[in-house]
Design a protein around this ligand. Structure first.
Ligand SMILES: [Fe+2]
Length: 389
């Protein structure tokens, strides 16, 4: 008799793969198509963005159901990693599984055959048979108590090896993914820190614009993955200011036409800074066009109406709102009434009316974001960014 997975098992849904299992670990050919389907489903649930413990729990669950044992456990080679157990055998602790993790795979290992240390650990009479059915440098798979006293044979060991290779591959790739995520996170943080350092007076502006833009986009019904992209675009929309001379960028008095033209170049400089970061290419239109005006009088390309990417139209409103709500060297922050007046005058000419209306619809939230720094966080957004193809 074979066990079925519990009702809470979540391994039947398909998911992105992204890693290749050990090609030496062949899928057992026992003529039972159902078993192939089970392992196939496990492979489809391999996600490198998942924490390894999540996949290990899934894999041990599938293995337990697949070969019919009371409990299956993944015993990591690392002392400080948790033992992951599916099922339960009375008296079996993580320490017991660790001791068994080093025992060789073999047919029907019984308590009397176990190493001395394991026998001590497995004193509970509830343990009838066990084996390490899959092992590698990453760890070992241990199964305990085959149902109906059935021996653990070559088929089960081969299947265990296959599952162990999947776990090892997922752990390895998850580590690489985590490193990549840290790297991208660091690059984005370094760039935003550079923007803030360039002009301390507007420090925090990019972060606020990003969060306000996301809230407006939510009000407009933009899907979550698009909002993640928008958040990133908001963080980096003014990155090109790094390339603008301080005496122009920080000038308190009126700008000359030449100085104003120089400031305008920050959108193109931003694209130049970011374009070699392949994972950030999707945010370039928002960076380039966040100073376009709905009536076509903006820069750098004089786009009008729907020609302006929606991300840029939202950023334009969020950017202006935060600028008007902040003190500047040359003026104090504007009052809410003054801001509303300016937004009303520019609605439909400078700004997309739908975006301005969305801002008004969530005005209280936007104020809270501005004052308390609420909203999206970069770490979750980096996940979405790395997941893009
Ligand atoms: Fe800008």
């Amino acid at each position: 008799m074979r066990r079925e997975g519990s009702a809470t098992d979540d391994w039947s849904r398909p998911g992105p793969t992204g890693i290749a299992p050990d090609s030496n670990a062949r899928l057992p050919d026992d003529g039972e198509e159902g078993e192939h389907v089970v392992i196939g489903r496990l492979i489809r649930r391999l996600k490198i963005s998942d924490p390894p413990a999540r996949f290990q729990a899934l894999a041990t669950n599938v293995l337990r159901a697949s070969i019919g044992v009371e409990a299956a456990a993944w015993v990591p080679a690392g002392e400080h990693e948790d033992v992951i157990v599916s099922g339960a055998v009375e008296g079996m602790t993580s320490r017991c599984y660790r001791l068994l993790g080093g025992s060789p795979g073999r047919d029907g290992v019984h308590l009397a055959d176990a190493p001395e240390a394991a026998r001590v650990a497995l004193a509970p009479p509830s343990v009838r048979g066990f084996a390490a059915v899959g092992a590698g440098s990453a760890g070992a798979l241990v199964v305990v108590n085959p149902v109906e006293g059935r021996a653990i044979g070559a088929l089960e060991i081969e299947r265990g090896q296959y599952v162990a290779s999947l776990i090892a591959a997922q752990s390895h790739n998850a580590r690489i993914y985590a490193d990549l995520k840290d790297l991208l996170f660091g690059i984005i943080r370094a760039l935003t820190a550079a923007i803030d350092a360039k002009d301390p007076y507007t420090s925090g502006h990019s972060e606020r614009v990003a969060r306000i833009a996301v809230r407006i986009a939510e009000e407009m019904g933009m899907p979550p993955h698009k909002r993640s992209d928008l958040y990133l675009t908001g963080l980096l929309h003014d990155v090109g200011k790094i390339g603008i001379d301080d005496d122009v960028l920080k000038k308190v008095g009126a700008l000359t036409p030449e100085e104003y033209r120089r400031i305008q170049e920050h959108v193109e400089i931003g694209v130049t800074i970011l374009r070699d970061l392949k994972k950030l290419r999707h945010i370039l239109p928002g960076v380039r066009h966040h100073h376009e005006s709905l009536d076509g009088t903006g820069y750098p390309d004089g786009l009008a109406g729907d020609e302006i990417p929606i991300e840029a139209r939202i950023l334009a409103v969020a950017d202006s709102f935060d600028a008007m709500s902040s003190n500047r060297p040359y003026r104090r922050r504007l009052s809410p009434m003054q801001i509303d007046d300016i937004l009303a005058k520019g609605r439909g000419s400078q700004w997309d009316p739908e975006v301005v209306d969305a801002l008004h619809a969530c005005r209280m939230d936007v104020e809270a974001i501005r004052q308390k720094g609420l909203g999206d966080s970069l770490f979750g957004v980096v996940d979405v960014t790395l997941g893009r193809r």
